[in-house]
Design a protein around this ligand. Structure first.
Ligand code: HEM
Length: 346
């Protein structure tokens, strides 16, 4: 059956996702193992059903559906090498493929109306390893476990009459979840800029760095913008994408990759709790974005930016949201890759 000429194009397309995503071979097993990180009643498929909403955009990511691909190099400065053995942190150039995106499941949503902007990166280390990170502009989440995240998705679902979430339902959700306070405080003071290049993007979840002697240090990280605001303000639906292309035509877009070191009593496994501002911050080097391209057919399209793809010298914390993300991203990839392979992208 696998040799059938009818299946050949489908298998070839799947293979593209498998090679670049590196996930398909082990997907069934990994999926089964990770499904256990959800509660007894909640599955990755149920979460992704809520994320994709009532209108399915076949072939697109079920979250952060609208975005564009970028490519560049990470210029390590050596300062993090004493905390992690990952060869990314030595003084070398590591190429990456990345993706800027906005939150939501609509691949044609207006850029400036989105509440979340994101940067995902897939670093290709010299020793063949990969490091994948998917970061958002918010430094913390409103929730600390997957069941509450699932409830939040229901509160955020648009009302059929208005196309917007119900303010009363959202207020009731936040009232019932005081752990959302730090997120809401961030949201109140956040001032969106007119550019993907002038936002800061956060890992939100914590990870562990391991040094050559086996000592562990819990960290979060952020891509901190080095670019200055542009004078060319765009207002159309693709404003952020247009601004980025324009900016890159004039030169690279740079971010400082900053690691924040947790102290002994910081909340490592809870993404709703900020760490004190005075924590030590170490720059690991510069993320230099040199080019951008359309996501369809672009190098980022087939990548699953699974936050658990880490090189030796980095490992996940026990934050349940982090582990749930991995399983949900795999479920989203399974859906979109199958649809794309069958030519059902729309
Ligand atoms: C339980 C919590 C979460 C769930 C279930 C979830 C789920 C998803 C899913 C299904 C995708 C699409 C994946 C794909 O098809 O490639 C996605 C994309 C993404 N998520 Fe999450 N997510 C969660 C939390 C987070 C957090 C905490 C962050 C940021 C720190 C984040 C950042 C992103 C980004 C940047 C993308 C787009 C990646 C890309 O460009 O392909 N997510 N998420």
């Amino acid at each position: 059956l696998l040799d059938s000429p009818l299946l050949a194009p489908v298998l070839a397309a799947w293979r593209g996702y498998a090679i670049v995503g590196g996930v398909v071979a082990g997907l069934g097993l990994a999926y089964a193992a990770l499904a256990g990180t959800f509660s007894d009643t909640l599955t990755p498929a149920a979460v992704v059903d809520r994320q994709q909403g009532a209108t399915v955009h076949a072939g697109f990511r079920r979250a952060h559906a609208k975005g564009l691909c970028v490519e560049g190099v990470f210029l390590g400065n050596g300062q993090l090498a004493r905390y992690s053995t990952a060869d990314l942190f030595t003084q070398r150039e590591t190429p990456f493929v990345g993706r800027f995106s906005i939150g939501g499941s609509n691949p044609t949503a207006p850029d400036l109306k989105a509440g979340v902007r994101s940067l995902a990166l897939d670093f290709r280390l010299a020793n063949g390893e990969r490091w994948r990170t998917a970061m958002n502009i918010n430094p913390v989440l409103a929730v600390r476990d997957v069941d509450t995240f699932y409830e939040q998705l229901a509160a955020l679902a648009p009302e059929p009459a208005t196309g917007r979430p119900s303010a009363a339902r959202l207020a009731a959700f936040f009232d019932a979840h005081p752990e959302s306070r730090a997120f809401l405080a961030w949201q109140r003071q956040y001032q969106p800029t007119g550019s993907f290049a002038t936002e800061a993007y956060h890992s939100v979840n914590a990870f562990l760095l391991t040094d050559g002697a086996g000592s562990e240090q819990a960290v979060r990280w952020a891509a901190v913008p080095m670019a200055v605001p542009s004078e060319n303000v765009h207002a159309d639906d693709d404003a952020l994408q247009a601004e980025l292309y324009e900016r890159l035509a004039a030169g690279p877009v740079r971010f400082d990759l900053e690691f924040v070191l947790a102290a002994a009593d910081d909340a490592v496994d809870d993404p709703s709790v900020p760490w004190p501002a005075e924590r030590t911050r170490i720059s690991a080097g510069t993320i230099e974005i040199r080019s951008a391209s359309e996501q369809i057919g672009g190098a980022c399209d087939v990548i699953n930016f699974d936050p658990l793809v880490l090189p030796a010298g980095m490992s996940p914390s026990r934050d349940p949201i982090l582990h749930a993300r991995s399983a949900a991203y795999a479920e989203s990839l399974r859906r979109r890759a199958t649809e794309a392979a069958l030519g059902r992208r729309q």
